[in-house]
Design a protein around this ligand. Structure first.
Ligand SMILES: N#[N+]C[C@@H]1[C@@H](O)[C@H](O)[C@@H](O)[C@@H]2O[C@H]12
Length: 441
């Protein structure tokens, strides 16, 4: 029998995901002020196609049709992020009611369509005014985040099924402040590790504030995790893979789930760049969470000697290896090594160079295969006893793919940015059929 949703637990949650800066547009409307990504887009050379988020998918004005699309596919959950620059535009202080009103309408629109709202409080669009005061390198920003989180949760309440504090702290810290490919585009390891620590602190501070609201919503965080595989069994490759896993995964998992930084990586980094961890910080950061969101895209194939993947390896348009087995391996490892709350795959999907064919359709067979294979891997994890409770496809819409601008298409729905026409891709039609449970005769 081909893979069917009936192979999954009957209460397994199927959803799709987006993020505010990537789809909303309306960058200067209803009181929103610039984020660090508005600033980053304006810096020549930062975005491969020179684009920005001023219009994006115009979701701010087209949200009702987009929610209709989610409903038409039979998805029962939608993960989206709140734009801090709409809610408290200067980062601290005055609340912009028009910003809260937008998300209020969005949440009510989802509920009216029988779709669960799942909120990410921070998906990278930090108010620029806070960056002007040091951004996440400044410990004060963690406290500002907790204030912002409390404002959002006080308004949206437990209409929202889950609140994730952060999306991908590794991207916010390392990719953005050590590697420099994302906003604010720094290349400073000490700064990056300070940012990571302040994110962990902010996560804890916000959790405390949200817990105090006595919501029925689940509270958690979303981590991008990339399992590292040594290219060979030799010691140099195994050591390199352990280091990659420690820097990319355990540096973010352990503070949240174990209340400590991994000792091997702490020693590896060395005193010069280590963050200033104050008493109580890690106790705050490791408060119990109700769920852990895992964003999985591919694995890391680690070779100390420059060995590459074999001929015939499949890649997505991002140049990422298609490796569905890595999802199962990752989830089973998490279940083995950590005391886990509920797990959700909060992002999995692929970019392919989709085009609208002459028949007006988007025949994205590679994406359908990608999803099928990763669904199977998720099922393998469930059958291995992993407390996996749901899966969100990244992404509902083609959207602003950060430093790649609009050149990479991750959506199960195609967006023509010139006309804003949405076209449901074949992968979405397959997903719709996958989700249709045949009614018993
Ligand atoms: N790149 N890529 C696709 C996708 C990105 O569009 C999301 O915003 C991130 O949460 C995560 O990196 C994954």
């Amino acid at each position: 029998m081909p893979l069917s949703r009936q192979h999954f637990p009957s209460n397994f949650l199927w959803g799709t995901a987006t993020a505010s800066f990537q789809i909303e547009g309306a960058a200067h409307e209803d009181g929103r002020l610039p984020s660090i990504w508005d600033t980053f887009c304006a810096e020549p050379g930062r975005i491969s196609d020179g684009s920005n988020g001023d219009v994006a998918c115009d979701h701010y004005h087209r949200w009702e049709q987009d929610l209709d699309l989610i409903q038409s596919l039979g998805l029962s959950a939608y993960r989206f992020s709140i734009a801090w620059p709409r809610i408290i535009p200067t980062g601290t202080g005055a609340i912009n009611e028009a910003g809260l009103d937008f998300y209020d309408r969005l949440v009510d629109g989802l509920i009216a369509r029988g779709i669960q709202p799942h909120v990410t409080l921070y998906h990278w669009d930090l108010p620029q005014t806070l960056q002007d005061r040091g951004g996440w390198e400044n410990r004060d920003t963690a406290y500002a985040f907790a204030d912002y989180a409390a404002v959002v949760a006080a308004r949206l309440g437990d209409r929202v099924k889950s609140y994730a504090t952060f999306n991908e702290p590794w991207c916010v810290s390392i990719l953005s402040n050590e590697i420099g490919h994302h906003a604010p585009g720094k290349q400073d390891r000490k700064a990056a590790l300070a940012v990571a620590h302040h994110l962990h602190l902010a996560h804890g501070l916000a959790l405390s504030r949200l817990r105090a609201l006595n919501l029925t919503s689940q509270l958690g965080i979303v981590l991008n995790l990339t399992p590292a595989y040594p290219a060979t069994d030799n010691e140099a490759d195994r050591t390199a893979a352990t280091l990659a896993d420690g820097k990319g995964n355990r540096w973010f998992l352990d503070p949240i789930l174990k209340g400590q930084y991994p000792h091997d990586i702490w020693e590896h980094y060395g005193a010069e760049v280590l963050p200033n961890v104050l008493p109580g910080d890690l106790e705050l950061a490791s408060q119990p969470i109700d769920f852990l969101g895992v964003n999985y895209y591919s694995r890391a194939f680690v070779s100390a000697g420059g060995k590459t993947l074999p001929e015939g390896t499949e890649y997505t348009d991002m140049g990422w290896e298609v490796y569905p087995e890595g999802l199962r391996d990752l989830l089973v490892r998490l279940h083995r090594d950590y005391q886990l709350p509920d797990l959700y795959i909060t992002e999995n999907g692929a970019a392919y160079p989709d085009v609208v064919s002459e028949d007006g359709q988007v025949h994205d067979g590679e994406r359908t295969q990608y999803l099928q294979r990763h669904f199977q891997s998720a099922l393998d994890a469930v059958q291995a006893g992993v407390p996996l409770k749901g899966y969100f496809v990244w992404s509902l819409l083609d959207n602003f793919e950060w430093a790649f601008g609009y050149s990479k298409r991750f959506g199960i729905v195609h967006v023509d940015y010139a006309t804003q026409k949405r076209t449901v891709k074949d992968s979405a039609l397959w997903l719709r059929d996958f989700l249709r449970v045949p009614t018993p005769a």
